[in-house]
Design a protein around this ligand. Structure first.
Ligand code: SF4
Length: 311
């Protein structure tokens, strides 16, 4: 299989076939982001011949004894059990409709047990597709996109150079809703900066409450020296929230969500990991957050953050 640089995937895609169709990010401008800094280029599409060759290799994992053994030693999933592919890269959904359809065709040809295809997507990737194309992509298996909306706070989206506004999130995800393509969100706690966490959380709840995300995954901002945001902090033009304020921000988000949705804080950026379904678990999650806010020391949480040499 061809893989380039660090491969990022959401925790819930652990059993999916990871297929490299892109590497890097077309946007590459968010001030806080260092995720694809290890690549010598900003964005690259994999040649379709490489994608096809990777699928041929994955197909062999169930028939060729040496390939089976190699796959087992590498902990790779058995192809006959594969039901889902996850296209790698920061935003493979940016690819042209025809290319996404061609990739779905190869997947169907070589591993027909795969029924759905997911990937990371930017809001601006959805804008590029017509309603008819979105519906046809859903028919071809595209479902369960993961979108790092980060926040519904327009001031933060603009400051961090996300390249879209809260109204765009609502408009484009409503188009996904109509096409039948489901999606999960990542929310970035502290993106609104010191003293503005609760404003950001309320604005994000307002956006989410108009939509139908499967899940909202919470990540906490962890600023690395290679990021533009780090330079802004050094210049004194932006301040991060305290660690306790981050937990208050999550609590405000939870208190203001009125939609049924899975809610999870599972990545390494979260010192305390938790998950539940709303509305059933809403109060229990808020109670757990209250306990953290009242009993855990800021210094201990700060030490945890400092210990994260990478995400
Ligand atoms: S769109 Fe995502 S991967 Fe690309 S720069 Fe922004 S946060 Fe990073």
């Amino acid at each position: 299989m061809h893989y380039t640089g660090t491969i990022w995937r959401p925790p819930y895609e652990a059993t999916s076939l990871l297929l490299e169709v892109t590497a890097g990010c077309t946007h590459h401008k968010c001030k806080f982001c260092t995720l694809y800094n290890d690549l010598p280029f900003k964005f690259r599409m994999s040649p379709l011949e490489d994608v096809e060759r990777d699928l041929q290799e994955a197909q062999l994992w169930s028939t060729d004894p040496i390939a089976m053994l190699t796959a087992r030693l590498q902990g790779l999933p058995r192809p006959e059990r594969l039901q889902r592919a996850f296209l790698t890269g920061a935003n493979p959904f940016v690819l042209k409709y025809e290319r996404l359809i061609a990739i779905a065709g190869f997947i169907q040809q070589y591993i027909p047990s795969i029924k759905t295809i997911g990937c990371f997507a930017r809001i601006t990737d959805v804008t590029l597709k017509s309603d008819e194309e979105l519906a046809a992509l859903h028919q071809a298996g595209y479902d369960g996109l993961t979108i790092g909306i980060e926040t519904g706070d327009d001031a933060a989206l603009q400051y961090m150079n996300k390249g879209y506004a809260a109204a765009d999130i609502v408009k484009q995800c409503q188009r996904l809703d109509r096409a039948g393509i489901r999606y999960s969100f990542f929310y970035l706690v502290s993106i609104s900066g010191e003293g503005r966490g609760e404003i950001g959380a309320k604005a994000t709840a307002d956006v989410c409450n108009q939509l139908h995300p499967i899940r909202i995954g919470v990540n906490m901002l962890t600023v690395y020296p290679e990021s533009e945001l780090y330079q802004e902090i050094q210049r004194g033009s932006w301040k991060e929230e305290s660690e306790i304020e981050k937990y208050k921000e999550i609590r405000t988000l939870l208190e203001n969500l009125t939609i049924p949705v899975q809610f999870a804080a599972l990545g390494a950026s979260n010192a305390f990991q938790f998950q539940g379904n709303l509305p059933e678990d809403q109060q229990d999650l808020i109670t757990a957050l209250n306990k953290i806010i009242e009993t855990v020391k800021e210094d201990d949480l700060r030490e945890y953050r400092k210990s994260l040499s990478h995400l």
